[in-house]
Design a protein. Structure first.
Length: 451
């Protein structure tokens, strides 16, 4: 990185950043309180609030959102008449999944092979640290030239919409001239990237019932309708032979016009096993950023160990459907539920329940804030030009903010590049990316204030 005072300051702060990220990662802040204690999330929220107060933020508050979680808000006043920038991250994390699959404990930040491992290290506790680093670098080099609002969400990973509903009820709270969402990632390590589109999502739970109770498979199997078999047929109907998502009535022909993603690079990033084919048709970018994608997240049925010779009376599954910009998530939910109803065999009883939803998002990449970020990233990443990419994941808050503040410019950056393996075991963050993106954010705030 070319030498400049902001970059030098960030570099000097990296040991502190690592220590702070270790403290934050140690909180088991999964916002599913059937799995993890609510006290863990509350402790993480208080950590963020204390960090903001230490940086001079005023009006720091723990916001009790309608889904039973807390988001952390703070305001740092800038010079009189300055623009206002909202910085977003979230402190809640995905469950660690199978802890035995982790090389090191998931809630203990561990350095290995030049990366820092731990649940939330990249997604998105690292984003909280990135914002703090950028602001500290500016304070040490002439001051923060804009008004800064920070919001750290407490339930983003659950998709339960607490912060979205809170923002709608208090529209003045998060109002800003521009918004930096620190929950995306570079296309690859070392390639500065802003994310300009996000897929929306819906979560639907489906249950199939066929019998009053389980039956002996020898005595009744062959005529008694098996609920698990019916569920398997329904789930299989959501994909074509090539693996493409096929929800009745849902367009799956979109194309991506922008940064391309080679199949070779995708196979490496996704760690696809040798000889196993990719699913779907079109380019990889089409499949990830411009088309719907269905995923079966879980199935309730007896495990193999301890299974009995039974015809099953009931079975259920949790289904995620990602939808591209231009597709209304609520309409996609209705189509998915109608598909599940129509494709259930043998007149089995089927019920569906929507448990989460978020709209897709498309940013205006021609706005002045994007030029300010491009100039900043050119300094933070010497020799590289800022790229524009899509993101297959969802950040429901983006569309809420775009609707509440249509004049605001929204940029998405972050630490979740492919090697980070967010949501999987052995999630990690590149400290070099944390350092460079913190520099980029600091320089962006300075550029934006001067523009």
């Amino acid at each position: 990185m070319s030498s400049n005072p902001v970059a030098e300051t960030v570099a000097s702060l990296m040991p502190r950043a690592k220590a702070e990220l270790a403290e934050l990662v140690a909180f088991k802040s999964v916002a599913d309180f059937t799995q993890f204690p609510k006290s863990e999330s509350e402790a993480a929220a208080n950590w963020v609030a204390d960090a903001l107060r230490a940086e001079g933020f005023v009006d720091v508050a723990l916001l009790d959102t309608p889904d039973g979680t807390q988001s952390v808000y703070g305001y740092l006043p800038g010079p009189e008449g300055a623009k206002t920038v909202l910085l977003y991250a979230h402190y809640d994390v995905q469950p660690p999944l199978d802890e035995t699959g982790w090389t090191t404990p998931p809630f203990e930040l561990t350095e290995r092979d030049g990366r820092w491992y731990g649940r939330g290290a990249a997604d998105c506790k690292g984003g909280v640290i990135m914002h703090l680093l950028a602001l500290r670098a500016l304070k040490a080099n002439g001051g923060v030239p804009v008004n800064v609002k920070v919001i750290a969400e407490g339930s983003e990973e659950q998709g339960t919409g607490g912060l979205e509903r809170y923002a709608e009820e208090h529209p003045e709270l998060l109002e800003a001239d521009t918004i930096v969402i620190g929950d995306a990632g570079n296309f690859r390590v070392g390639l500065p990237t802003v994310t300009t589109t996000l897929r929306g999502m819906t979560l639907v739970r489906v249950r199939i019932d066929t019998l009053a109770g389980n039956l002996h498979s020898g005595q009744f199997g062959g005529a008694a309708p098996d609920a698990l078999a019916a569920l398997i047929r329904v789930l299989d109907s959501l994909r074509a032979e090539d693996g493409s998502t096929t929800v009745d009535g849902l367009d799956a022909s979109g194309t991506w016009d922008g940064l391309e993603y080679t199949e070779e690079q995708f196979r490496a990033d996704a760690k696809v096993l040798d000889g196993v084919g990719l699913i779907g048709d079109g380019t990889v970018a089409d499949r990830l950023w411009a088309r719907p994608a269905v995923t079966v997240l879980g199935i309730d049925c007896p495990p193999v160990v301890g299974a009995t010779p039974s015809v099953h009376s009931s079975a259920r599954a949790l289904i995620s459907l990602r939808v591209p910009p231009g597709v209304d998530a609520a309409e996609a939910t209705k189509l998915l539920q109608a598909h599940l109803q129509a494709r259930t065999p043998w007149d089995a009883r089927v019920t569906t329940e929507q448990i989460g939803q978020g709209q897709a998002f498309r940013a205006d990449a021609t706005s002045p804030a994007y030029q300010a970020m491009a100039d900043a990233m050119a300094v933070a990443y010497p020799g590289e030009t800022m790229q524009y990419a899509g993101e297959g994941g969802s950040i429901p808050l983006c569309n809420t903010l775009a609707g509440l503040y249509p004049q605001a410019e929204i940029l998405l950056i972050g630490l979740s590049e492919p090697e980070a393996q967010i949501h999987a075991v052995n999630e990690s963050v590149s400290p070099e990316e944390l350092e460079r993106l913190s520099v980029a954010e600091a320089l962006f705030l300075r550029n934006y204030a001067a523009g």
